[in-house]
Design a protein around this ligand. Sequence first.
Ligand code: SF4
Ligand code: SF4
Length: 401
Amino acid sequence: MMISVKGEDGKPILGFNQEFIDELIELGGEDLLICYQCGSCTAICPLSEVFNISFRKTIKYAQLGLEEKLLKDTTPWLCYACGECSDTCPRNAKPTNILAAIRRYLTIKYDWTGLSRALYFSKKAEVAGISILAALTGLIIYLFHGPMVLERVELETFAPIHIVEPAGIITLLVLAGFLLSNIYRMYKFIMSDAYPGVKIPLSMYIKEFIKIIPTHFLTQRLMNKCRERKSYWYTHLLIFYGYALAFILFAVVLRYTQTNLPFLFVDPVSIFGILSFIFLLIGSSLAIYGRIRKTQPIWSFSHSTDWMFITLLLLVSLTGLLTGIFRTINWPLPTYIIYSIHLMLVVPFLALEVPFAKWSHLAYRPFAIYFHRLRELTYELAPVKEARRELIAQPITGGGG
Ligand code: SF4
Ligand code: SF4
């Protein structure tokens, strides 16, 4: 049910959308309606010192069902879930969880395929998605694997590089295409609130991109602003760098890692491979432990997609590590079997997580900072000085506690 008040342009300026509220509650914002708009969350947040943003205002948009406002809002992505606002919220509304729910909602909205919505609102769709992709991968391995040499481990003979490498590249390109198209939609939503008619020069687009994207993507350094819970940042970094290392070794330089040579722990490639799986194993185990024990405010609510992410991550790391161990002790059949299982887990993990679920947040966060800056630039470049001053004083996502 939607009850709304419309402005002169026919767009809603005030509304109460029960379906939207129900969806946000399902996504983890169960205490949304008990927030009484005191503004403490904005005041306490270490990131509101960095950006001119108001978490209270974002929560207000959500309470009123103003979906259009939320789509243009970068604020949910500028929250790094440190939990300090939840510690101090006088209503115990758990703003950390509300903002996480809004991020899930935005992830659904950026995705044009509808897959994200299916994953976030249907456990059956999640299980079906994983099972179908795993079964398909298993079938492809069964049909196209090379000879199984049983005297010694010959991984490249079993999984020929001329099949695995192009299949991996095509998969990654398709996934990158989905993710980029979602990022483009995010850009369109956010920039619809830019100062009208102002064109940002290309050089500024490039300069801001170089300044913002690599640093924030590689360090997620805003998490470091958290005053008390640095461990949350370290867990993230462990998972991120474990994954980045695995990506380089098993996608970019696959022909040097998937060979018939014995897998020796003294070999640098092997050492990096083992290190990456150990990082992932520790990171995912810490995240699972934290979510079970609810050691961080952000882990007080776990959506089924969060469990899907860390469980798949743990299984991918374990099977990767076991493949390395079986190769090292020269145990052919178990190596081929565990490697096949590993691939059957990697494919659904990447295909579902990268463009449609939790892994996409890794890209959305730095791009939100970038688009936030671009939008600010349009106000700074606005031609009418008076209007510019006025709008800078009242930016769309800004101020007000
Ligand atoms: S601190 Fe709590 S009650 Fe106050 S605005 Fe934030 S969420 Fe609402
Ligand atoms: S969880 Fe941390 S970063 Fe997010 S709004 Fe609250 S205090 Fe700010």
